[in-house]
Design a protein. Structure first.
Length: 303
């Protein structure tokens, strides 16, 4: 009887140990920060998620280049709409207002999560630094879109950890702008160099055969734009004009971008889903999907 009792006890103990080991196994059938960001492939996928915000309908997929860019007299006269971004007649219940806000903060949260987990990735340090620069720049750029459209906004520099993190106070716009400049200036030294100029001739070697990746001249160009905005309303910080000249001059002196002799060709290239690899006047483009000749999706550019 005692032998039977001991046998049952041992088997029960082994069973409990087995269940404990099974229950403590890290889940591998879905992605979490704990089981992701392990290597360069996963980090690049996460970075693509940060870029993804640029092409959404709530941002450059539609709202930023359509509703926020067609408010002219012709549109007012021809439109049947009475409430819309384009007519400057809207409130917080407008789905486009909420969609733009939510998408930008989604991009910021994705960038925050990537930045918080990047160090644990097993990948070359140089590649890690370039990802760091792009994530920091994109986060700052999304804040630039927020502050130029809303003014004072919440400054979130950590990934959301709880659904209860909703009542976040606004940060003064001046602080937001200072953060944007600081982050972009740091990113400028981290991201990939657009190309190299052969000082003995006119040959230019580019790193990419497209304009969808953030590189150093793109950061320089956007920094010129950010400082120009700071020099005007509502900050009216005229000291920023010298920064505008500095960053715009860097782009010019790089010799990597020039004006296309045909202005209309810029838009022809977009409609034909072609990159301008000769002049690169279109410096940075929001990437969209292409379904072949029958359906060419627009690429929005920052020239």
């Amino acid at each position: 009887m005692k032998r039977f009792f001991y046998t049952v006890t041992v088997l029960a103990t082994l069973g409990l140990s087995s269940c404990k080991d099974f229950l403590e196994t890290t889940p591998d059938d879905f992605v979490t920060p704990a089981n992701y960001y392990r290597n360069e492939e996963e980090v690049n996928a996460a970075l693509a998620g940060v870029y993804d915000i640029l092409g959404r309908n709530q941002t450059y997929g539609r709202t930023l280049w359509w509703e926020l860019d067609v408010a002219d007299q012709f549109f007012d006269n021809r439109s049947n709409a009475i409430v819309d971004f384009s007519l400057n007649n809207y409130d917080a219940t407008d789905t486009k207002v909420a969609g733009l806000w939510q998408s930008l903060y989604l991009g910021i949260n994705r960038a925050n999560m990537l930045l918080e987990n990047l160090d644990k990735a097993d990948m070359p340090q140089d590649a890690k630094t370039k990802v760091l620069g792009q994530a920091k720049f994109l986060r700052a750029y999304y804040y630039f879109l927020l502050v130029t459209n809303w003014g004072d906004v919440p400054l979130r520099l950590n990934a959301t950890a709880s659904v209860k993190e909703v009542n976040i106070p606004k940060t003064p716009s001046r602080t937001i702008y200072d953060f944007i400049v600081r982050e972009m200036e740091e990113a400028e030294a981290m991201v990939e160099v657009t190309g190299t100029k052969n000082t003995g001739g006119t040959t230019v070697i580019y790193k990419f055969n497209h304009a969808g990746r953030v590189t150093n001249t793109i950061v320089q160009g956007i920094l010129a734009r950010v400082n120009l905005k700071m020099a005007g309303a509502p900050l009216n910080d005229r000291s920023r004009y010298s920064e505008v000249i500095k960053w715009a001059t860097k782009v010019k002196e790089s010799g990597l971008h020039s004006l296309n002799p045909s202005y209309k060709q810029i838009f022809i290239n977009h409609m034909q889903d072609r990159y301008d690899l000769q002049y690169r006047e279109s410096m940075w483009e929001a990437e969209f999907a292409s379904a072949g000749p029958a359906l060419r999706m627009k690429k929005v550019h920052w020239g």
